[in-house]
Design a binder for this molecule. Sequence first.
Ligand SMILES: Nc1ncnc2c1ncn2[C@@H]1O[C@H](COP(=O)(O)OP(=O)(O)OP(=O)(O)O)[C@@H](O)[C@H]1O
Length: 333
Amino acid sequence: MPEKTLVSDITDDVIVPGVKKKDPIVVAHAVSRRFGGLTAVDVAHLEIPRGSITALIGPNGAGKTTFFNLLTGFDKPNTGNWTFKGKSLAGVPAFKVSRMGMVRTFQLTKALSGMTVLENMRLGATKQGGENIFISLFKPLWKAKEDEITERAMQLLAKFKLDTKKDDYASSLSGGQKKLLEMARALMSSPELVMLDEPMAGVNPALTQSLLGHIVNLKDEGMTVLFVEHDMHMVNTIADWVVVMAEGKVVAEGPPSTVMSDPAVIDAYLGAHHASDLGTIEGQLEVAEEMESDLIRSEVEQDAEAAGIAVPTHEPAHSTDAASTPVDGEEKK
Ligand SMILES: Nc1ncnc2c1ncn2[C@@H]1O[C@H](COP(=O)(O)OP(=O)(O)OP(=O)(O)O)[C@@H](O)[C@H]1O
């Protein structure tokens, strides 16, 4: 079990959606994005705590990926502003955002299939020598820069156990290995905030533990992590803080233990009209069966175990078994 950041290190305020953090790395305010008549994102206020692991959860279509796209400059909002390390990022294009230390991965990996693993890594390096006209004129200067980039790439590949695959085409990697490559590539720019969109989706169970370990390591190395995930076991295990979105809005936030049993969160997943009494273990078990997902499951399991009630097993909404592993990393978003 990774060491969790104390709630008192994150905030001293009463925990409500939009609560102020002691040391926020991102502060978003009044951010909205509409697609025709649909408001996909409508975040009144959200602060992401520095040096912690924050999970962004919510039902399908809640606006999580769209919010990621906005923060990282891959999409433009209709309204709002946000800062990263105190600097305004609204209107800053994606490549500049990553240079400023905020990088992201995608729900379906964007490893370039026709390039080798090492070439993919080298693309992740920012401020390459060839981009500077002065440096590009002097071979010793750009050669030294190139060597430095390759060395860093090889160090990261070794860490992610992909070094023996450096000359393989990215297309030959499994879904999980592509996720690892994407994470390793994101680290080429030495970011301060790493944003991961569904890091566990399509990953073979054999690699999930390794991926979890790598995410926890990012925090141990001083980085802030923000990740979107449907796998509630993962959220419970590694997140210090959980933000819940529904219909574009932040409906709840807090430490995993309280958020998972918050009726507003259960409503967000199930709709407001369900009969189960969430105040009882039996009621929680009914909800767990009804929603057919992992939400609140680990909480319920712990409570049920304590009360000696058997918990029926089920597949998570977003299966992580090998059968669901994408053949190739072609992106949907
Ligand atoms: N480019 C687009 N054009 C039109 N509608 C879009 C576009 N992108 C997203 N949407 C809509 O915006 C809403 C939010 O989508 P988004 O992908 O952000 O949700 P999500 O919470 O990431 O969902 P999931 O968990 O399924 O990935 C959805 O209703 C989606 O259909």
